[in-house]
Design a binder for this molecule. Structure first.
Ligand code: WT7
Length: 654
């Protein structure tokens, strides 16, 4: 969206509504009175939720709120790994399957809670042996294999703060994250499997570590068996160190407010923000939301969240939430079209998946591939479907319901962010009558509102900005090392109130419709990338003098990156197609393949106001093939005409 109020107000009416079936409602974990119960005494409600965890020492105070700094369950002591693993074994459920792992090449592993406890304990002993403790940050750069989860839990077990860096990010992106968090250990793999082939990860770690860091060791899981360069004294094979460890480990307990992890996310500047979360509050909301939103029945459900551990969804709804709730999960390493476009459906049939949590971009991709792929497999075990990452359009919602859910599954469209740590706005299955495309209303215990630009609540039928006006347990505790930026980014637009960066609208019934970002952040397949980040990658290429980037509507990925670049003098006659190709690869090298622009247009000028600010709104019109809007504030009113006429463009082919 362009961020002007017109587009916020402009939402076609959706009249369809799907009430829960009585069969689902009767057995649901959530009940309608939860809202009133939470409203009556919000802190008492969160106390109750926190009591579902195992605490070594109970907290003295539920919330200490020195706006914008929160402490939850103050004085409590807890261990995240004990809550995720040990307690299930202690309660006699050690034989329950924690993970059905499906590798892309078809290799499988079945890991029980008892096995997971032994694996995590060995890994914790291994980390301790190489000197890692609760003062350390550990970067985890891995494919989606069980060791990635074991590594996270082993860090949590000894109080070391994990910083998972998505395996699709470049060596440069990895280095800047290692440096920002001052990590002392990197856990990685030789590589992983994707799109039918082995890709390498370790060489990217080697490349990154040519930079200045305090990394003393690199722990390497052998996943693909490919030839791997070795740095003696620094590099250690996971199997050499971990396998020989004692499978028992006595956990220590940490302050409720001890950081659990850092996860980097894009903001409006080129430098990613190290969002950090602390143990007690994060785990409380992760477990509660996972239980009520996904209606988890630990004994019978087979739950599958298709996210990667490199994103917040993987942290909260693949690692911490489901494990605390003692769930059986499916995890899948590869891409959904390998070796065929029915792979996800085949895996659902194979394991009898009952709950599926995925992203609108994948749902739209399935729609495009055609119904024959899901129709070939038995999906009748599914009983609930979830969506996350971006607004889901009503057509995709309906297709998800009919073709994947057989008209038989409630859909939960869950709104949240890396910063919120856990789901904030979502239907409650069995309670809420859902509308296709709406995330409906804040969960019990959460307060979210839609306000105008002065911070005043808009009424039903109106649009504005989504804000959170009450602290919540899994809220970010800050940006790592950047307190001022934390205050400025989230708490200054509306003083004392958290501004999420999203536009939203309330329909006539008060249901919330998310309208996309209102800042310079793009949402590509549910992943946040800032325009500035891509622009600075582009201008770091020597032939480029200036660059402007916009997110343009894209049928499959929600938004796609479109760049406008001005060449430096002297390079103007270079081969345009070759240059565009090199530029796209350059961005992939700087940030990662997900940030490759779909389209790069070489232009002579960029549209700027008299004060020099680039008018991205106009570029977006061009990128989305629309008539260019009001350009009267441009310093040179002719620029847009030149851009529209003289486009030299190149389409993404891969
Ligand atoms: C941004 C947060 C939360 C995990 C995945 C993304 C957008 C997220 C929805 C939804 C509409 C959504 C928002 C938000 N978003 N879920 N259900 N409906 N928009 O995490 O990378 O931190 O991105 O994703 O714009 O601000 P993230």
């Amino acid at each position: 969206m362009s961020g002007n109020s017109e587009s916020l107000e402009n939402l076609s009416t959706e009249n369809r509504s799907f009430p829960p079936s009585s069969a689902f409602a009767t057995q649901a974990n959530a009940s309608a009175d939860l809202y009133a119960h939470a409203d009556k005494d919000r802190l008492a409600f969160w106390d109750e939720q926190a009591s579902a965890l195992n605490w070594h020492k109970k907290w003295d105070k539920t919330l200490q709120w020195d706006s914008p700094f929160a402490q939850w369950f103050v004085g409590g002591q807890i261990n995240a790994s004990v809550n995720a693993v040990d307690r299930h074994v202690a309660e006699g459920n050690g034989d329950r399957i924690a993970f059905h792992f499906e590798g892309e090449p078809g290799d499988t592993r079945t890991i029980s809670y008892a096995q997971l406890l032994a694996d995590v304990s060995k890994a914790a002993n291994a980390l301790t042996e190489i000197g890692i403790n609760s003062e350390d940050r550990v970067a985890i750069y891995m494919p989606l294999i069980p060791e990635a989860i074991v590594a996270m839990l082993a860090c949590a077990r000894i109080g070391a703060i994990h910083s998972v860096v998505f395996g699709g990010f470049s060596a440069d992106a990895l280095l800047s994250r290692i440096q920002d968090a001052d990590a002392t250990l990197v856990i990685t793999a030789d590589g992983g499997f994707r799109k039918g082939a082995a890709f390498a990860l370790k060489p990217l770690v080697d490349e990154a570590l040519k930079g200045e860091t305090n990394v003393a060791n690199v722990l390497v899981v052998k996943r693909t068996g490919q030839e791997t360069a070795w740095n003696e004294g620094r590099d250690i094979w996971w199997h050499d160190l971990v396998n020989r460890q004692n499978p028992t480990h006595t956990p220590e307990f940490f302050d409720s407010e001890h950081p659990l992890f850092i996860l980097y996310t894009s903001g409006t500047t080129a430098k990613p923000k190290g969002i950090f979360h602390t143990i007690g509050g994060y785990l409380t909301q992760a477990a509660y939301t996972h239980k009520v939103v996904f209606d988890i029945k630990a004994e019978t459900d087979i739950y599958w969240c298709t996210a990667d551990v490199g994103w917040i969804t993987g942290h909260t709804y693949m690692v911490y939430g489901p494990l605390i709730n003692g769930c059986t999960q499916v995890i899948y390493e590869g891409t959904p079209d390998t070796p065929h476009k029915g792979r996800v459906f085949e895996v659902i049939e194979k394991y009898g998946v009952t709950i599926l949590y995925t992203a609108p971009t994948l749902i739209r991709t399935w729609m495009k591939w055609g119904d024959e792929f899901p129709n070939k497999f038995n999906l009748t075990t599914l009983r609930l479907l979830g969506s996350v990452g971006e607004p889901i359009n009503p057509e995709a919602w309906m297709w998800y319901r009919e073709v994947i859910g057989g008209n038989n599954c409630p859909i939960v469209d869950t709104w949240w962010q890396t910063e919120t740590g856990a789901i904030m706005i979502s239907p409650l299955p069995g309670v809420t009558a859902t509308k296709p495309g709406s995330a409906m209303r804040p969960l019990p215990g959460i307060s979210a509102k839609v306000v105008d630009d002065r911070g005043v609540e808009v009424g039903n039928g109106h649009g504005g900005f989504l804000i959170l006006d009450q602290p919540w347990p899994s809220m970010l505790r800050g940006i790592w090392g950047e307190t001022e930026r934390y205050k400025e980014t989230y708490w200054s637009r509306f003083p004392g109130i958290y501004f999420a960066g999203d536009g939203a609208k309330l329909d006539d019934d008060g249901a919330i419709w998310l309208m996309g970002r209102v800042d310079d952040v793009m949402n590509i397949s549910g992943h946040r990338i800032s325009t500035t980040e891509v622009e600075s990658a582009l201008v770091s290429y020597e032939a480029i003098a200036e660059a402007a980037v916009v997110g343009a509507a894209d049928e499959l990925t929600g938004q796609a990156i479109v760049a406008f670049v001005i060449l430096r003098g002297g390079t103007a006659h270079a081969d345009g197609d070759a240059l565009v190709k090199e530029l796209r690869n350059h961005v992939a090298k700087e940030i990662g393949a997900i940030a490759k622009p779909r389209q790069i247009m070489v232009v002579n000028e960029l549209p700027k106001t008299r004060s020099g600010k680039i008018m991205r709104r106009l570029l977006k019109d061009v990128a989305e093939n629309r008539a260019v809007g009001d350009a009267t504030t441009l310093a040179d009113p002719n620029v847009m005409k030149l851009i529209s006429e003289g486009l030299k463009s190149s389409k993404d082919e891969d």
